[in-house]
Each structure stands twice: as C-alpha cells, then as structure tokens.
Design a binder for this molecule. Structure first.
Ligand code: GKR
Ligand code: MG
Length: 424
C-alpha cells in the first residue's frame, strides 16, 4: 500500500469568550484537518493544530509523504524530523497556552498529526478500529469531565450572535454552567479553569460546586498563574475539596515545593510536556498525575509509552484538551481506550463547540453518561463531511486569525493588559 494523496486543510470554528491565565479566547479557534489517501482507496483522517507555525510544518511534510507505505511510521518520523530541522521554527509570544505554537514541540506535534491519519488508514485497510492497533480496548466507554470556564456573555465587537451559555463570572453562574454540562452530557467529574479571576473567588466557586454537587470529584486549573505562596494559601482553603490540583504554580521546582508543603496530588499539562521533563519531574517529585495529550506527546503510540512510564514510576494519568472537533475526540478516545492506567476522566473542550460546526458526517459525537463510546467501526470510526470542511476552511480564510493569541485578544477588552506570570 502506498500514499497517493495528502491534504492538509486549515479550518476555523466559533469559540466562546472563555477566560484563562493568558487572557481570553479569540472568536475563532484554528485546527487543521488531515486526509491521507492510499493507492487502495482508503482515507485516513487526522486533526491537529491550525496555528501558523504548526501548519507550516504540516504543509512542508505533506508532499514528502507521497509514495510512503502508511505502515512505515518510522519513516514518517524521519521525514518530520528532517523537515523541522530545516524549518527551525521559533516560539511566539502570547501563545503559552497554545501547544501548537511551541517550537520545542514541533516534531511531536507534526508527527502526531500524521501518525493518527496513518493509523486510521492502516486500521481501515485491515477493517479494524484504531484501538486494535494499540493493543486492543481495555474499555469502550471513555469517561470525560465537565470542563468549566469563567466567560463573558459575548465577544468584543460581537463578530457573530452570542453563544447560548451566557456570562459565567459569579459562583451561581459557574454552578449553573456545571448543571447544564452535567444534565446535557452526564459528566461525573468537574474541572474549573482558573487563573483568570481573583484566586479567592475561584476557590469560592469550587466551594459552591462542592455544595451543589456533593461527592462529585473536583479539579481546579490556574495554569501556573498563582505564586507558590498563593497556591499554598489556596490549598489551605481548599483542604480536601479536590481530586487533584492542576498546575497551580509554575515550574517543576515550584510544583515540587508545593507538593512537599501541602501533600496534595498535583497534576500537570504544563510542567511535564515531554519525556525529558518527565524525567526531571520524577527526580524531584514535582507532579503525581500527568495529563497526556497525543497532539503534543508524539501521537497515540507515544502516549501509550508515556502511560507505561507513569505506571512504572507510580504516577497517575489523565488527559489534557484544547479546543477541538470530532476527529481529535475519537483519537483521544481510542488511545484512552488502550491505556489501562487511565485513572481519571479526561478533559475535553468539545461541549463548547457549536453543533453546526462539526467537520465529521452526522454532526457532533454524543457524550452519554459522561462517556464517549468507541465502536468496532474501522479506523477512528468517523467520516469527513466535505461540505462542512469547505465551510470551515472558508471561515479560516475570512476570520483573519492565523495564530492563537489570548493575550492580544484580552488587550482588545483591556488595553492595559500585560503578561504577568504568575499574576496572583
Ligand atoms: O482553552 O483556555 C484554554 C485552556 O486554558 C487550554 O489552553 C489549556 O491548554 O485546557 C488546557 C489546560 O488544561 O491547561
Ligand atoms: Mg491544564
């Protein structure tokens, strides 16, 4: 089998005004959709970062894959490595929370983008689901968690009709957001994105969630925007309210010290983002739970390696998310199905995406009882809707965003907004 066509299509979809440690989401999120076609007529799909640096590498790799055997993932990796070395991408300011823009992740990002499409193609040609290529399913229902955000009711200058979630700033509004998420999707755990408002207020929101949803596991994620002192103080207030404390304070050293002082289980998608950081983290016991993400950990197989290492060193595994559509959701679900030690419900931004903007046939995938179900359908089990792809590509062309920048977007609301790390 040989690859005869590779298409990388950048797309943009509406994204709500969600607040975070860097600032606020722009009105559109970017992704790339990858199609890899074989001479035998199978098409493998992938979804990855659509930010300019990631896209440039994907587009440079694209043509070099023609003629490659889709089972030859080592050759794919070699092509990606050589392409990145020739491109020498640089990290860009304002993109701390956008892994698609980190130069250090260029190889693992681009390899992952194509690895998923190659695995989808392999699986389709064998008439098996992707999870079978990962050793088979440990589970076929993958638990996800409600992912709450502080948010404004509408984007500045209202580029389109406001979303129907409304404002979420107060405790009552956050509880209402959680209630809607849980009633709609059946989530069994809750994560609150923090680091955006006063820490004391964010902790009060956790208290309000605890009261409204007794027994439901809670997590808070300030994205490293709290100083060590603040993180310790908030830990005292939070006491035993949390399932885990996600990236409260920056750096491997800061997290290690925080764990030493509080004993709380710390999770991360910020201080352990590659195997070298994992090694350094283990040495100083910085984190106890690693949030995997195949998009920047080097694909589905490397995510399994990460999970195995976490098991070896007694660390828990959970899963990180950025704004994404259904191809990514299914890739996340297939690898999660093949990770025995997935100890926690995974993160997903999926509920924040609008139903008319899914790129796969049949529209948005269901999340039932908090779980995404994988099936025995070949590959990732999803097909591309080319009309939707065209529509979202046109939106990419017209939206004017080429690189996620939550800082710049916040400066449109607050011209004096500066990057201060940690802010609190
Ligand atoms: O979408 O604003 C966001 C999140 O803050 C995202 O950028 C983070 O990467 O979800 C992520 C996290 O868990 O840190
Ligand atoms: Mg996080």
């Amino acid at each position: 089998m040989k690859v005869v066509r590779v298409t990388v299509t950048p797309i943009a979809f509406r994204d709500p005004p969600l607040l975070n440690a860097s600032g606020i989401h722009e009105p559109y999120a970017l992704r790339s959709i990858i199609e890899v076609e074989s001479d035998t007529g199978y098409i493998g799909l992938g979804e990855s970062y659509g930010d300019a640096p990631a896209l440039a590498i994907q587009q440079a790799v694209q043509q070099q894959l023609i003629g490659l055997d889709p089972f030859n993932l080592n050759q794919l990796r070699a092509i990606v490595q050589a392409t990145v070395a020739a491109h020498r991408p640089a990290s860009l300011a304002g993109a701390e929370l956008a892994p698609g823009s980190h130069a250090s992740k260029a190889v693992s990002n681009a390899y992952s983008a194509f690895e998923v499409a190659f695995l989808d193609l392999q699986a389709r040609s064998l008439n098996v689901p992707v999870v079978d290529l990962l050793g088979g399913a440990i589970r076929d229902r993958i638990p996800f968690s409600a992912y709450l955000f502080f948010k404004y009711a509408r984007h500045i200058d209202s580029p389109y009709e406001p979303d129907d979630w409304g404002e979420a700033i107060s405790e009552a509004q956050i509880v209402a957001q959680a209630r809607r998420m849980i009633e709609t999707y059946g989530f069994k755990s809750i994560k609150l994105k923090a680091g955006a408002l006063e820490p004391g207020h964010e902790v009060s929101c956790i208290k309000a969630l605890k009261k409204a949803f007794p027994g439901v596991p809670l997590r808070i994620d300030p994205n490293g925007n709290w100083s060590l002192e603040t993180a310790i103080h908030m830990a005292e207030l939070l006491a035993d309210d949390l399932q885990y404390y996600e990236d409260p304070t920056p750096g491997l050293e800061g997290m290690a010290e925080l764990h030493k002082r509080t004993g709380l289980p710390l999770a991360t998608n910020m201080v352990v983002t590659d195997f070298d950081e994992l090694r350094r983290s283990i040495r100083q016991n910085s984190v106890q739970i690693v949030l995997a993400d195949h998009h920047y950990w080097g694909g589905l197989r490397d995510t399994q390696v990460l999970a195995k290492m976490c098991e070896t060193f007694g660390l828990g595994v959970s899963m990180h998310s950025n704004s994404h559509l259904g191809i990514s959701l299914m890739a996340m679900a297939h690898v999660a199905a093949a990770v025995p030690n997935l100890d926690y419900a995974c993160d997903t931004h999926y509920p924040w995406q609008e139903p008319d903007e899914e790129v796969i046939k049949g529209g948005k995938l269901p999340i039932v009882d908090g779980c995404v179900q994988i099936t025995r359908a070949p590959g990732l089990g999803v097909e591309l809707d080319h009309d939707q792809l065209g529509k979202l590509h046109d939106q990419y062309l017209s939206c004017g965003i080429r690189q996620r920048d939550d800082v710049k977007q916040m400066q449109r609301y607050r011209p004096d907004w500066k990057v201060v790390k940690p802010r609190f």
